[in-house]
Design a protein around this ligand. Sequence first.
Ligand code: HEM
Length: 261
Amino acid sequence: MAVRQSVPCSRGQAKVFWASNRGRRGRSLPTSGRSRLRSDPTASGPGTTPVKPYSNPRPIPFVPESGQEDPRPGRRGVRASGRIEASFVGGAKGRWKIESVQAVRGPSLPPAPRLQIVLGPRHGPIRAAWVLRGVTSHERYVTRAEHERLAASQSPLERPEATRAALIPIAKSAEWWELSQDERRSIFEEESHHIALGLEVLPAVARRLFHGRDLGEPFDFLTWFEYAPSDAVAFERLVARLRGTREWEYVEREIDIRLAR
Ligand code: HEM
């Protein structure tokens, strides 16, 4: 069911694209709080954005706030801090067709036919089934050597041949966030080999990691991947392997959204 949702607005103009971010990359609420998705029409109470009537007749607006955008060529949409904020909007329009939505763990999202990715801090009122927000951030778990390997083999987003995509929002449990940084790194890589496994599908799969936790979003992470149809099998194998790792024992909510364009 489509839900009319109001998202706080900063300013106008539509702009939807992926900016190049090469070289830079990413409280446990009680389950009741987390599951109260902003788009959930049944949600109520704290953490729920009130649903207001659609009142803005303009196209979905997006622009990074004036003066905050990095002026260097190829860095459109990237704020001076290097961070990229994005809203993933499930609704009637957008470049990506939503092919499937699978709730892997926890509740799903309301159905929507298309996905629009709107870059920028916030946008005006829009008609959407759901809106998930995230921001890129610094690396937490990557060693220098891993960083170099990733940088050497990663692909840019928006390659013409990459007509398949996956948006996988993930929330981890209170137990995960109560661990220390070195304990998390140890589970993430020494035990689960997340980076080593991921490197096996590079450069075929392009990726970007957004963080939602510090924005008060229901998902700690919005993970985004683009690949060609011929690389879909390799991507599926990677997802299956990651879901079998010790790291995934700490995943308490996950939705697997597949897209095509
Ligand atoms: C395509 C190959 C992949 C590569 C190269 C890769 C690499 C990475 C790296 C380097 C990080 C750590 C970022 C940091 O240091 O903060 C990371 C984090 C993460 N990745 Fe992947 N990844 C891949 C695929 C996936 C897939 C398929 C999923 C979901 C099914 C996924 C979910 C996550 C999540 C949730 C995090 C955040 C973990 C945390 O901070 O607790 N990744 N990934």
